[in-house]
Ligand binder design. Sequence first.
Ligand code: ZN
Length: 148
Amino acid sequence: MKQKAPETYVQMDDMEWAPFPEAFCDGPIKWRLLNTSPEMGSWTAVFDCPAGTSFAAHFHTGPGEYFLYEGKMDIRGGVENGGDSAFAPGYGYESSGARHDQTSFPIDSKFYMTFLGPLAFINPDGSVIANVGWQEAEAAWDAFLQSR
Ligand code: ZN
């Protein structure tokens, strides 16, 4: 019989916020890595997105689920521009392959998200700049912890 993966727990307020890499966002977005699951190929994080910040263009290689617990998130430009907007408290499911060229936060916002498979940051032509899967997320988080 295979071993079960270990159970984990983190006390979020005891964690520091790490700056999210500048290459992947515009403005001072911060994040906390809560979990990675090699067996699922998933990673789970919370993001602190001050008013006026945005994520760089990306697509979701696998599906993802989020819970916006504070603020507002405009996806694909927001409802005013033909996309969607999430208002806290709001839940969203991003399908595998969902492409998000414009994800922005008009007011201070925070959300929790689990990504199944890598988040692929892309050029305007859709070519991939970087894949951020559980291993890359964990490496970035570990580098942050060791830099303190
Ligand atoms: Zn997205």
